[in-house]
Ligand binder design. Structure first.
Ligand code: AMP
Ligand code: ZN
Length: 216
């Protein structure tokens, strides 16, 4: 399975993606996660990306596209992958198409998760991530067993700088002006599955599975 998951920040892409990747046994390729890891590892490209990420702006395409191409070349992506957070503008979508065509790779499905702004703002505001492993929690919808502590490794749960209130609106603006047009791009290709992202994690997963023709 080769797929792309799209949708506004905070709609639950990462959570849905993790379940899909487990189901299909494919790597979860999240450009946001890659940028955060590159920064944590103190790489030059991570440091370059950090300012954009913290401000809620898109990292320039020449950096982002290369990161994705390199990731797709790794052996675990040969049998399938899920792209989460890429492409985020129509230039990236066109660049990805060119790359895939050259590599003879076909995308099987594009999933577009939808939710109204109010819900997105609430979901991002309540999101907490593990400082150590990046696992995602929510103060109401996806609580850890012990408040403020990661279930997996005991790491401290923190709020991402770009999840803070003043940056959420900028990220939504970036989404509507730059990323939403990508939906039209895939609609023209007849590939996109629109999914209601307002339900619980299980409900959204069931809707995606059904849309993909899997029995649930
Ligand atoms: P995310 O974790 O998907 O919300 O991404 C966090 C941040 O990483 C975004 O706000 C951007 O600054 C950056 N980023 C992630 N994916 C992309 C992309 N495809 N193009 C440019 N910047 C990206
Ligand atoms: Zn953790």
């Amino acid at each position: 399975m080769r797929m792309i998951i799209m949708g506004p920040p905070g709609v639950g892409k990462g959570t849905a993606a993790a379940l899909l990747c487990k189901h299909y046994g494919i790597p979860h390729i999240s450009t946001g996660n890659i940028f955060r890891e590159l920064y944590k590892d103190q790489t030059e490209v991570g440091k370059k990306a950090k300012g954009y990420v913290d401000r809620g702006e898109l990292v320039p395409d020449e950096i982002t596209n290369l990161i994705v191409y390199n990731r797709l070349l790794q052996s675990d992506a040969k049998q399938g992958f899920l792209l989460d957070g890429f492409p985020r503008n129509t230039d990236q979508a066109a660049a990805l198409d060119g790359y895939l065509k050259e590599s003879n790779i076909i995308i099987d499905a594009v999933v577009n998760l939808k939710a109204p702004d109010e819900l997105i703002i609430e979901r991002i505001g309540g999101r907490r991530v593990c400082e150590t492993c990046g696992s995602v929690y929510h103060i109401q919808n996806l609580k850890p067993q012990v408040e403020g502590i990661c279930d997996k490794d005991g790491g401290k749960l923190i709020q991402r700088i770009d999840d803070m209130e003043e940056t959420i609106l900028r990220r939504l603006n970036v989404y509507y002006s730059q990323t939403e047009p990508v939906i039209g791009y895939y609609e023209k290709k007849g590939k996109i599955l629109h999914i209601d992202g307002t339900g619980t994690i299980e409900e959204v997963n069931d809707l995606i599975m059904k849309a993909l023709g899997e029995s649930v």
